[in-house]
Design a protein around this ligand. Structure first.
Ligand code: PMP
Length: 432
């Protein structure tokens, strides 16, 4: 059993099955969102007695709330070893908003500069760049791993024009962990900056934005609280303050300006200039509580335990006939607990329905907002994609995804594999 099960809320919730029997819910969809930590809910409750408007309030509670909100920035910077003097934390809704914000703030009003994204990006680290920059996509190899050779080719091809290399820290489809410091070194050698989409990496691995070698520094980092045992609606963009000195945010309004007349405006300094409107103070308190619990457990311990779960699941899945596993890593190769697979002869959605109905197991299926990567992993041709586009509602190919959190148990993997074995032997028996 996991030593960390007691840390999350509702790990042993009973839910009804298709046959009305009750079982303990099994959640293998942590890459989408994790349940909250008990400590997070306790902190939210505790803070609710002090909850008040921040920054402009004069009352005691406002002052306490403002202080907690501002102190959170240094706790977050420290968690990922950012530079406390140069970097700032901008509070946003989630990773998607963080990346949209950065794309807007780096944009120079024309499509002259190049952004190097990759074939394995979530749509949130692809679409925001498209209408503002020329985007080129770094290739993945036949296993779906990022090609550093192709990164170097593209940096050479667009020499002097690449503004940013933007790459996911870990894939939400295959769980591969990208060598972000090597990528940073290559980007920096070509005078480009690097953004790491940390949505999947930060909850599972220790992230070090500023290792000793300056070439390895990560310039920008984005992540979401709801994937790290805190609630929805809060995320961060970590960036050098200077990124926001020039220009203004895509959203302006209350909290962003020092002086306003009808003729001119003196903008506040970053990060306030970037955070228009009343912010999500409760979310920030919750995120800090989650970071404290993750730190207390230890990111290395979490990584180690989740790797054991992943290796165990991979081993068991490999022995089930008819299963195709789409991600392969050598022993010791870094990876987060995400396992993509399909079963021969049965559609991905159907596998998910059976797992839910028969055993109360939650997984995710489809393309996980990472469609080009899935198209590549499943060798779907542009002609086939055109067919899907024209036929509108045709059932589209996809993958079943398992994703583990620190509270998942080996016994839950056993339950999963028992059902998968049954499905693989008799794929047509289950009709709902
Ligand atoms: N990037 C990756 C790699 C993700 O997995 C996700 C969430 N699935 C996102 C970005 C977007 O995160 P959010 O929905 O919290 O903005």
């Amino acid at each position: 059993r996991s030593n960390f099960r007691h840390l999350v809320v509702g790990a042993d919730t009973k839910i009804p099955l298709f046959n009305s029997q009750f079982v303990t819910a099994i959640n293998f969809d942590n890459a989408a969102s994790t349940p909250p930590f008990v400590s997070v809910m306790e902190e939210i409750n505790k803070f609710s007695t002090m909850y008040s408007s921040i920054h402009r309030g004069t009352g005691y509670k406002s002052k306490v709330s403002s202080q907690l909100f501002e102190e959170a920035r240094s706790i977050i910077l420290n968690f990922v070893n950012a530079d406390p003097l140069r970097d700032t934390v901008i509070f946003v809704k989630n990773t998607t908003e963080a990346i949209n914000k950065l794309s807007y703030r780096l944009w120079e009003g024309n499509k002259k500069s190049v952004i190097l994204s990759t074939w394995m990006e979530h749509h949130s680290n692809d679409l925001p760049w498209r209408n503002k920059f020329q985007v080129d996509y770094i290739q993945t190899d036949s296993f779906g791993k990022l090609s550093l050779g192709d990164l170097e080719n593209k940096l050479t091809k667009h020499k002097g024009n690449v503004k940013l290399v933007t790459v996911t820290g870990a894939s939400n489809v295959t769980g591969y962990v990208n060598p972000i410091h090597k990528i940073a070194e290559l980007a920096h050698r070509y005078q480009a900056k690097i953004l790491v989409d940390g949505a999947q990496l930060v909850p599972h691995n220790a992230v070090n934005m500023k290792p000793k070698n300056p070439l390895h520094h990560i310039d920008y980092l984005a992540f979401s609280a709801h994937k790290m045992y805190a609630p929805f609606g809060i995320g961060v963009l970590i960036a050098p303050q200077e990124t926001f000195n020039k220009g203004i945010s895509e959203f302006v309004g209350g909290g962003t300006a020092e002086i306003v007349t009808h003729d001119w405006v003196v903008w506040d300094n970053p990060p306030h200039k970037e955070e228009a409107g009343s912010p999500n103070v409760m979310g920030v308190v919750a995120l800090v509580a989650a970071i404290k619990t993750l730190t207390a457990v230890g990111m290395r311990t979490i990584d180690h335990y989740e790797n054991e779960l992943t290796n165990y699941a991979n081993l068991k899945l490999r022995s089930i006939p008819g299963i195709t596993l789409y991600a392969q890593t050598a022993p010791g190769e870094p990876r987060i607990g995400v396992i993509p697979f399909n079963i021969k002869g049965i559609a991905h959605e159907q596998v998910a329905t059976i797992l839910s109905n028969e055993a109360g197991i939650a997984v995710r299926t489809g393309c996980f907002c990472t469609q080009p990567y899935i198209q590549k992993l499943l060798s779907i041709s542009p002609q086939q994609m055109e067919f899907y586009r024209r036929s509108g509602n045709a059932a589209r190919p996809g993958i079943v995804r398992l994703s583990f959190g620190l509270y998942n148990d080996f016994s839950e993997i056993n339950t999963l594999c028992q059902i998968l074995e049954k499905i693989s032997k008799h794929p047509t028996t289950y009709i709902y």
